[in-house]
Design a protein around this ligand. Structure first.
Ligand SMILES: N[C@@H](CCC(=O)N[C@@H](CS)C(=O)NCC(=O)O)C(=O)O
Length: 226
């Protein structure tokens, strides 16, 4: 069934990883996929632009339908394959409310992380200021405290929106994994550390683990003092 799906993706990209986790959870293994290189600017190739006018990854196609934007693809897969694989939107109103809230807060979380780890990539040298990076780090620290509090409230070994694994986990786990890849201290952020440990060996997540992380298991230490 998945042969009529194509995913163009980049290794380690949280938006790409979200879609890959959703595909695994919905038992859609066997989809066509092509790993592209950001360094080689392959995300701006005609092959990508034919699916995604923004020239971004993930670029995803199901039959004749292009479904770009990682959140859109995750919702689409859950909606089209509702009764297949893991049910990713819980029935309970309370869990659903929390799931939607955390999912969309997850975008802010992802932005604040990127503003620190990719500061030198995003900001040209002549426009960089230590004070701006410091501010970005402070904003990330405040964000991390929020998520520590959310997880604390849920109790130990919980998914992000309660007892069931949901789209909140599909979309936010890749951000959490990037935090630790970039050196976040699990001692300083124990609830995030616990959440990461809970999900990192989940089959859908293991199956889609970024290949360059497997080749080079040691990440960076950019976040060690956060
Ligand atoms: N909102 C998009 C964001 C996708 C995105 O930013 N992809 C990055 C890689 S993580 C990319 O392709 N960047 C290259 C570019 O924007 O030119 C989504 O969630 O799918």
């Amino acid at each position: 069934m998945a042969e009529n799906m194509t995913l163009l993706w980049g290794s380690g990209s949280p938006p790409c990883w979200r879609v890959m986790i959703a595909l695994e959870e919905k038992n859609l293994q066997g989809y066509n996929n092509k790993l592209l290189s950001f360094e080689k600017m392959e995300h701006k190739s005609q092959e990508v632009l034919d699916i995604n006018a923004r020239g971004q990854l993930p670029s995803f196609k199901h039959g004749d339908n292009n479904v770009n934007e990682s959140y859109a693809a995750c919702f689409y897969l859950e909606s089209q394959f509702k009764s297949q694989g893991t049910k990713l939107i819980p029935d309970s109103a309370a869990e659903q409310a929390l799931m939607y809230e955390r999912m969309f807060e997850g975008l802010t979380f992802y932005e604040k992380l990127n503003a620190v780890i990719y500061y030198t990539w995003f900001v040209p040298e002549e426009e960089r200021h230590d004070s701006a990076l410091k501010r970005n780090k402070e904003a990330l620290t405040a964000e991390l405290q929020l998520w520590e509090g959310y997880l604390q409230k849920l109790g130990s070994a919980s998914n992000l929106a309660g007892p069931s694994f949901s789209l909140a986990d599909v979309t936010v786990f890749p951000t959490v994994a990037n935090l630790f890849r970039f050196g976040l201290s699990a001692e300083r952020y124990p609830k995030l550390g616990e959440y990461y440990a809970l999900l990192k060996d989940r089959p859908s997540i293991k199956a889609s683990w970024p290949p360059h992380w497997l080749e080079n298991p040691k990440g960076q230490d950019t976040l060690k003092d956060i």
